[in-house]
Design a protein around this ligand. Structure first.
Ligand code: GLY
Ligand code: MN
Length: 469
């Protein structure tokens, strides 16, 4: 037995060297990529879990708080790269155990042993040169950056990082599959824990238990609620009753940092009402048609619009809307029921690279559309093999939408308002079904979460039932 903890990395060392070399080839000045540090709760000595910045990890940074990776513009991924790591103090081992030794760090990062330096050497190495930085948001690394006189990374530097991170290689994809597997296991535990009379918190506990046992973190705050119409509702205090729909939108982040994001909705008590079933099956049809359209070269915004048409068709069948589905979608009538985007990039971040704003999600020259609903679309790129994205259509009865005259009045001629009001009064809630997928060159996308039930009959047969996997 050794005290040395394994360093969770995604790829072999040579892959990190290659990624750094590719980035360096685009750089006109050195770039320092920071790991960040753990957020503290209430007082500094009460830190929460540390998660190193995604770009830092992508280029081979081992998860070390307050570390930084310097990449010189003439680097070949090996020479011209330095990992600056905080030196361990005399009491470090007492409180947190032995820290990783340089030999292991260098081997994991694909660096030579002499490419590791103490963090306070970064200043000397930069020595007043023009250099850019990338740092995870919401850390106070900024004070350090300020002292070093680093400049925020410019658009060219960010686009170079984005272009590398956008399409996942085989190592990343393997990590994403692991993350999806664990998330599906947690979702099955959540489904089994759902019973009338229990609280949402009981389901959340079942979900978290799987992640904890698998040494995973959540990739975002889980949404586990019978108030699914609150798109990012985070409370778990409701008691679930027969007739409610429970929406579970939650994902794992596996130890090397890759995320999953999966949503399932099921009837508490196992029985769908006719309207629940119809709108669920409409959502599922939308998921399936949109997924089938996810082929290289296809513009994601067009797939969002396709989803809007399929949802409108289902809403017409349900007599909630009147008219031609394509015309209704062109008027954004879907947004009254489906007010968010069809999906987003996913990778090391649940919304991958959203710390770069829309630079990652939107292809150069593309901008968000202004109208309600479509404006929330986070992705408008032409799909490429290796891109990992989510597909997450939904149908909701949101009181907060139906109170907004500026949204509802222009569409009053196509809405069956008495039927909408009846569903609002009955607290219909919301339905969302979400898969994490990877675009492939041929044969349609790989659906990483395909093994998790979506069929309405199968779902209703499994609610509240423990199943051996
Ligand atoms: N699954 C939560 C989100 O995509 O925002
Ligand atoms: Mn999502």
């Amino acid at each position: 037995m050794t005290d040395r903890q394994p360093i969770p990395m995604t790829a072999p060392a040579g892959v990190y060297r290659q990624r750094r070399a590719r980035l360096a080839a685009t750089l006109k000045r050195p770039l320092v990529i920071f790991a960040g540090h753990a957020p503290a709760r209430n007082y500094l000595k009460n830190p929460h879990v540390f998660r190193a910045g995604s770009s830092y990890r992508y280029f081979g940074g081992p998860p070390l708080e307050n570390a930084a990776l310097l990449i010189e513009s003439n680097s070949d991924g090996d020479s011209g790269c330095v990992l600056f790591r905080p030196p361990a103090g005399p009491s470090t081992a007492l409180w947190v155990g032995e820290v990783a030794v340089d030999e292991d760090l260098a081997a994991a990062a694909g660096l030579r042993r002499d490419a590791l330096a103490d963090a306070d050497q970064l200043e000397t190495r930069i020595a007043g040169r023009d250099a850019g930085y990338v740092t995870p948001p919401f850390t106070d690394t900024l004070a350090w950056i300020d002292r070093l006189g680093l400049q925020p990374s410019n658009e060219d530097e960010l686009l170079a990082i984005i272009n590398l991170r956008l399409c996942k290689d085989e190592h990343e994809l393997a990590a994403m599959r692991r993350s999806a597997e664990i998330t599906m296991e947690a979702h099955r535990a959540a489904l089994a824990a759902t019973k009338p009379g229990r609280r949402e918190a009981d389901v959340a506990a079942a979900f978290h238990a799987v992640l904890v046992a698998r040494q995973c973190e959540v990739s975002f705050n889980p949404i586990i609620t019978i108030r699914g119409e609150v798109l990012h509702g985070l409370g778990h205090s409701n008691v679930m009753s027969e007739g409610d729909l429970l929406l579970v939108d939650a994902g794992a982040e596996e130890p090397s940092g890759y995320a999953s994001d999966i949503t399932r909705t099921f009837p508490v008590g196992g029985k769908w009402t006719p309207i629940q079933r119809h709108l669920y099956e409409t959502t599922l049809r939308t998921l399936n048609e949109a997924t089938a359209a996810c082929v290289p070269g296809r513009r994601f915004r067009d797939i969002h619009d396709l989803a809007a048409r399929v949802i409108c068709a289902g809403l017409v069948e349900a007599e909630l809307l009147r008219g031609d589905p394509a015309e209704l979608a062109a008027r954004t009538a879907h947004a009254l029921f489906f007010p968010h985007g069809l999906g987003h990039l996913i990778g090391m971040d649940a919304h991958d690279m959203e710390d770069f704003g829309d630079l990652a999600g939107y292809a150069p020259g593309r901008k968000r559309r202004p109208e309600f609903g479509n404006a929330y679309l986070r992705l408008d790129r032409d799909l490429e093999p290796g891109m990992c994205i989510t597909i997450e259509p939904g149908i909701y009865m949101v009181p907060a939408i139906w109170k907004r005259a500026e949204l509802v009045t222009p569409l009053a001629d196509v809405v069956n308002r008495p039927k909408v009001d009846a569903l609002l009064k009955a607290h219909f809630g919301g339905i969302r079904i979400e898969n994490t997928i990877c675009i492939r060159a041929a044969g349609g996308p790989e659906v990483l979460s395909a093994a998790l039930l979506t069929d309405a009959d199968e779902v209703s047969a499994c609610v509240g039932v423990s199943v051996d996997q």
